[in-house]
Ligand binder design. Structure first.
Ligand code: GDP
Length: 182
């Protein structure tokens, strides 16, 4: 969408970014306790627009289009990049961007590029590792450490392990949102 279509009123924004199929819609649905609030995609890479969800008349969840889906053309990828850059830069309403990383596949090249870009532009972000129920306990700690190392995160960057099945991490994410609204 175009920035001129930005919804009124202007309220704080909590933004979700991640590769197609990472579990972004599922996460948003689980945070708002609804089943089909955000659309869970049957066809990865299909959702190409920026979606705003007004929550409790207080703030927005902003769902950025999923990136990195193999079947998407170069032109489409470029479009995604332009849309996200336009949305993020100079947007003072963004409180934080949640970058979702698929716990089953780990960080991919385009996740790393996105994170680099965020760091370079000094944009606050937090990492959410999804589908954590599919990973055994021993591997979880290891996964978190590897992520911190591979993504070259500083110690202030939060990494939350999340699952829509067990709801692990949900409280932590909601507490962070609550904190940033004060
Ligand atoms: P999106 O494309 O990023 O919005 O991803 P979706 O929310 O549509 O989820 C993609 C697929 O991953 C779906 O089949 C979901 O059921 C599955 N999924 C999402 N979150 C979880 C999770 O926490 N655990 C497991 N096991 N599967 C998940």
């Amino acid at each position: 969408m175009d920035l001129s279509e930005k919804p009124v009123p202007s309220l704080p924004e909590f933004t979700f970014a991640g590769r197609s199929n990472v579990g972004k819609s599922s996460l948003i649905n689980s945070l708002v306790n609804r089943k089909n609030f955000a659309r869970v995609s049957k066809e990865p890479g299909k959702t190409r627009s920026i979606n705003y969800y007004l929550i409790n008349e207080l703030f927005y969840f902003v769902d950025l289009p999923g990136y990195g889906y193999a079947k998407v053309s170069k032109t489409e990828k470029k479009k995604w990049q332009t849309a996200i850059e336009k949305y993020i830069l100079k947007n003072e309403q963004i409180r934080i961007i949640f970058i979702l990383i698929d716990g089953l596949v780990g960080p991919q090249e385009n996740d790393l590029q996105l994170i680099e870009w965020f760091k370079y532009n000094k944009i606050g972000f937090m990492i959410i590792v999804t589908k954590i129920d599919r990973i055994n306990n021993n591997r979880r700690v290891q996964l978190k450490n590897t992520l911190v190392k591979n993504l070259e995160l500083d110690e202030r960057t939060r990494v939350v392990l999340f699952s829509t099945k067990t709801l692990q991490g949900k409280e932590e994410i909601l507490n962070n949102i609550d904190h940033m609204l004060r």
